[in-house]
Ligand binder design. Structure first.
Ligand SMILES: [Zn+2]
Length: 531
């Protein structure tokens, strides 16, 4: 029986859309995965952001253990914000664990894997690879071979980001808007195709036990093209979700890419498909910094010397990405709050990023703890006067969601909004709430997971799968022992109870119980002074 695992990630693939369209016959490859194995919703990290989520998926650990909380560092009390890189991942990934156990991996385009590091196999680094002129593969000689076959390193620049803003602009003439939206869609899909082709080439050329590719296009298309805005963007099957035909066609494209990848691997290989978070409309925006200002906890800076100093700093850390670094590039690309826009002496709490990360700016640890605790309660009581409904479902303290050696690098509070809300970090303006305009659809807290293979259960829907469970489940299929400090659990429900993997799991469970019993007994003897 094969214990090899093929992992296909798709950024932002939403369970609602996939299940509905697979059942409706529009996504035959996903329909096949559904029938052949198990599937379910996959709870993402808090916040459901690609940076922490993908790194949790490949480590099986919470961000407090792996050290990635966003696309940038988030705690300015420790260091000025900068884009994260693979050096920020402070723990082993499943590829390292597999490698230690003699298993070979192929890894293509997983975010934050630049610079690539040496694994037992091949790594092609993903999102935030600064340019095509750097070494983006390990071993290094693989890069030029891929480029010769048409591979393109995908990297974001400030210029492309600025261009993207036009995609949701109501000021563009309709024809021009149609054209740039169609071009963007085609360009995004073409890049995905090249990524998958490179992956397929490696699958065919190299020996592997674990292979993973991440396909980013769905996230981009949903961010910018969700809402039908130009003529011809409607689709009957997309109506129910209020999205454009671009969205449905992007899912169909991923379905086709999945089929294409599956066609080159043995039929008994295990297949894991996952996304880092879901997607959906967020009609209302909560401007957390404006709210903090209304509570007397945040004071904006007067434009001037502090502002200038801030710009200099930003220019320095924007050098890390491709394209012309400009005064606003890093903050604008990641909607980071330029710290120079608030008066740090008078501000007690502020949100540096979207997605509800909140820093408490108080000197003493005790003072920070007390203010964070009382703020958590106040956030959970906020009501949007228009709907009369609560806005923040949970305000988490970092100690609650990020236990681990990197917890101090996290924000003090993380807000999980109710489904209709997105938390933004603008400081200017006064209204704490507004209707969404430019970003009609955003990340949702549940991604999707499919697992199928020679011993998987068939047609079953998994309950309560968490993104931390992905790596341990994959390592279990590979037959590799799990790291002791892993947070996730093997999704035992995915396996047929009479198959060898399930039996091994049961045995391991018994061994764990036995060793616990022995250590308890030793402790008792010690307590009684007999040892
Ligand atoms: Zn994502």
């Amino acid at each position: 029986m094969s214990r090899r695992v093929l992992v296909i990630g798709a950024d932002g693939a939403s369970p609602e859309l996939i299940f509905a369209w697979a059942n409706g016959g529009l996504l035959p490859a996903f329909r096949g995965l559904m029938e052949k194995g198990v599937r379910g919703r996959l709870t993402s990290t808090v916040p459901p952001h690609s940076g922490p989520a993908w790194i949790s998926a490949i480590t099986g650990k919470n961000p407090g253990k792996h050290g990635v909380f966003y696309f940038t560092t988030v705690n300015p009390r420790r260091a000025p914000p900068r884009i994260v890189s693979s050096r920020d991942i402070r723990t082993e990934t499943m590829f390292d664990v597999a490698g230690r156990n003699g298993k070979r991996s192929i890894v293509v385009n997983v975010p934050i894997t630049y610079p690539p590091w040496k694994i037992n196999g091949v790594m092609v680094s993903g999102m935030f690879t600064p340019s095509k002129d750097v070494v983006f593969t390990s071993p290094p000689e693989v890069g030029p071979e891929l480029v010769a076959k048409g591979y393109e390193v995908e990297f974001s620049t400030w210029d492309t980001w600025k261009e993207n803003r036009r995609l949701v602009s109501k000021d563009e003439p309709p024809d021009e808007l149609s054209r740039i939206r169609r071009d963007y869609f085609n360009g995004t899909l073409a890049t995905d195709e090249k990524t998958v082709n490179a992956f397929i080439g490696l699958l065919q050329d190299k020996d592997w036990d674990l292979a993973m590719v991440m396909i980013p296009g769905l996230d981009r298309v949903q961010h910018f093209l969700w809402q039908p805005m130009a003529p011809g963007e409607a689709h009957p099957a997309a109506k129910e979700f209020g999205c454009s035909r671009f969205v449905i066609e992007a899912y169909q494209n991923v379905d086709r890419l999945v089929k294409k990848i599956l066609s080159v691997v043995d039929s008994d290989v295990w297949v894991v498909f996952l996304s880092d978070h879901g997607f959906g409309p967020t009609p209302r925006i909560f401007y957390v910094n404006r709210w903090l200002r209304s509570q007397g906890l945040l004071t904006p800076a007067k434009q001037g010397s502090i502002y200038k100093r801030g710009l200099k700093k930003l220019r320095r850390f924007s050098q890390g990405i491709g394209g012309k670094p400009t005064d606003e590039s890093v903050p604008a690309m990641h909607n980071l709050l330029p710290l120079s826009s608030i008066d740090m002496y008078l501000t007690k709490a502020y949100s540096p990023t979207p997605y509800g990360l909140v820093d408490v700016n108080v000197d003493t640890p005790e003072g920070r703890r007390v203010l964070a605790g009382s703020l958590a309660n106040r956030f959970e009581e906020i009501v949007d006067a228009r709907s009369g409904k609560r806005v923040i479902r949970r305000a988490y303290l970092s100690s609650e969601i990020y236990p681990g050696p990197c917890q101090e690098e996290a924000s003090d509070l993380v807000l999980e909004p109710e489904p209709d809300y997105h938390v933004e970090n603008r400081v200017d303006g006064t209204e704490a709430f507004a209707d969404a305009t430019t970003h009609p659809a955003l990340h949702k807290p549940e991604g999707v997971l499919f697992v199928s293979g020679p011993q998987s259960r068939e047609g079953l829907e998994l309950q309560s799968a968490h993104i931390y469970d992905v790596a341990p489940t994959i390592l279990t299929i590979l037959g590799v022992p799990l790291p002791k400090d892993i947070d996730g659990k093997t999704l035992a429900m995915a396996f047929r109870p009479d198959g060898p993997i399930a039996m091994e799991e049961t045995k391991r469970g018994e061994t764990r119980a036995e060793s616990k019993e022995i250590s308890d007994r030793v402790k008792r003897l010690k307590d009684e002074g007999k040892f």
